[in-house]
Design a protein around this ligand. Structure first.
Ligand code: C5P
Length: 239
């Protein structure tokens, strides 16, 4: 008999489509685990910087990825605390600089292969919401529900600008749009696991939707699919 695997919902999409916040809220609503796969690539980029490994040194990056000493410590109502080699890096990995370096190392096939099993171990009871670029296509191709989030570069840059302003960081909208375009291009054109919807993914345009509205749409899809028994959790869980 084929062993029963824990259910997975994949949420893929480009930067700034709201994947992270949507996935985290959805996981909370369902009472499921949450994987922020982008954080793994960001942590690797930071570790490379820390150990003076160049972002094009595929062999050394592969070794670094295989031995990455990283922990994700779950927190209530917040993204997990991320610890690299004993140091809390939760905030540091969110800069544009690390995001860009992450997308450079993420284009290397050996790095992606080295991080594959680390992502799959997040598949635990009662289920997993996995956020990334290739969750539905490569990491969890057998996921019960696959969502692909879309938003225009302008809308995504506006959201990012708001976040950065709240952190007291000043950047121009034009620069952000340009950076997003470059990162999208790199993520979409790489040879391994490029950013694209899985054939069986449901696309949702988030341009004029709040995070709660996107989560509601996904919950409706779960209801329509009736692929896994989550209804009782949903009925009792407050938003
Ligand atoms: O999602 P986030 O912006 O944190 O991801 C940072 C970078 O990591 C992305 O631009 C992308 O290049 C890479 N990434 C990836 N595959 C994933 C998640 C992230 O290639 N599953």
């Amino acid at each position: 008999m084929i062993p029963r695997r824990e259910p997975v919902i994949t949420i893929d999409g480009a930067s700034g489509t709201g994947k992270g916040t949507v996935s985290q809220l959805l996981a909370k609503r369902l009472g499921w685990k949450f994987l922020d796969s982008g954080a793994l690539y960001r942590v690797l980029a930071l570790a490379a910087q820390k150990h003076s490994v160049a972002t094009d040194n595929e062999k050394s990056l592969e070794v670094l990825a295989e031995h990455l000493d990283v922990q994700f410590i779950a927190r209530d109502n917040a993204f997990p605390t991320i610890v690299l080699e004993g140091e809390d890096v939760t905030e540091i990995i969110r800069t544009e600089k690390i995001g860009n370096a992450a997308s450079v190392v993420a284009a290397l096939p050996a790095v992606r292969a080295a991080l594959l099993s680390r992502q799959r171990v997040f598949r635990e009871a009662p289920g997993l919401v996995a956020d990334g670029r290739d969750m539905g296509t490569v990491v969890f191709p057998d996921a019960e529900l696959k969502i692909f989030l879309l938003a225009t570069p302008e809308e995504r840059a506006m959201r990012r600008l708001k976040q950065l302003k709240e952190q007291g960081i000043s950047v121009t909208l034009g620069d952000l749009i340009e950076e997003l375009r470059l990162r999208d291009k790199r993520d979409q054109e790489r040879t391994v696991a490029p950013l694209k919807p899985a054939e069986d993914a449901i696309s949702i345009n988030t341009d004029h939707l709040t995070v709660e509205q996107v989560v509601e749409k996904i919950l409706q899809e779960i209801d329509l699919k009736k692929a896994f028994p989550v209804t009782s959790t949903l009925a009792t869980e407050a938003v």
